[in-house]
Design a protein around this ligand. Structure first.
Ligand code: NAP
Length: 250
């Protein structure tokens, strides 16, 4: 039956940035679809833990460097026996005129959004190959994987980069039954966009350009995330799926 293809029962997912926003929404969606979820966050994901109970296990790790990468895969497999899905969701944004942009704001964004995402994907893929039954990697991209944005050079670079390596890794790892895809959320109401939403002029401009006429919510990503994590997407490779209320088509 077609709906069985979306069922994640028996699957184990690692989701970074599990304490809040889109990451928390993805943890909830996976759990509702039947998966066990190892959520990674730099401070306790207490709210997510309360929501999901025993189907959720919190791994505390700072993703600004690579120290935690192997530990994350090890802890998740020790807890749940295997991993089947990785979502590289943790990310940050720094806003400043490009004329003034600092090296620190460049590196901090690139390290979490791109470098750690790559090496965590590599560690997960090594585990998938060892297990011999494929796997799913979902990168959280952005409208700025397609567009330039304003005052966000490191963010645009990282999100264009993540779309690029989504294709590279899909090309290399499809032969192992590993699907690598990305979701490009539009403008979603989370901490990431708090500054934008507080800027009356920018906020009105953005809203006026969204055909759906509203900011997105973490629940809006649930369907795309479960699709790309499930057998329903087994022949989808290297694609970045926009969930944007129509923003890109405008
Ligand atoms: P958010 O609420 O700010 O969530 C970002 C998550 O990343 C938080 O869990 C945050 O942890 C975590 N994180 C940041 N730096 C970290 C580090 N060094 N180590 C471990 N975790 C770290 O924003 P969000 O909107 O849910 O963002 C999730 C993803 O969606 C990001 O990749 C973002 O770029 C992307 N995205 C968002 C939008 C949007 O409109 N909201 C649009 C396109 C793409 P803390 O809570 O501890 O900071």
């Amino acid at each position: 039956m077609i709906l069985d293809l979306f069922n994640l029962s028996g699957k184990v997912a690692v989701v970074t940035g599990s304490n809040t926003g889109l990451g928390q929404g993805i943890c909830k969606a996976f759990s509702e679809a039947g998966a066990l979820v190892a959520g990674v966050s730099r401070r306790p994901s207490s709210e997510t833990q309360d929501m999901l109970g025993d189907s959720f296990y919190n791994i505390i790790a700072d993703l600004s460097g690579l120290d935690a990468v192997d530990k994350i895969i090890k802890q998740a497999t020790e807890k749940f026996g295997r991993i089947d899905i990785l979502v590289n969701n943790a990310g940050l944004i720094k806003r400043c005129d490009s004329l003034e942009f600092s090296e620190e704001d460049w590196d901090s964004v690139m390290n979490v959004n791109l470098k750690t995402a790559f090496f965590l994907s590599q560690a997960a893929a090594r585990q998938f190959v060892k297990q011999g039954s494929g796997g799913k990697i979902i990168n959280i991209a952005s409208m700025l994987s397609f567009q330039g944005g304003i005052r966000v050079p490191s963010y645009a670079a990282s999100k264009s980069g993540i779309r690029g390596i989504t294709m590279t890794l899909a090309n290399e790892w499809a032969r192992y039954g590993i699907n690598v895809n990305a979701i490009a959320p539009g403008y979603m109401a989370t901490n990431n966009t708090e500054q934008l939403r507080q800027d009356g002029e920018r906020s009105a401009d953005i809203l006026a350009r969204i055909p759906a006429g509203r900011w997105g919510t973490p629940d809006d990503l649930a369907g795309a995330a479960v699709f790309l994590a499930s057998a329903a997407s087994d022949y989808v490779n290297g694609f970045t799926l926009a969930v944007d209320g129509g923003w890109l088509g405008r």
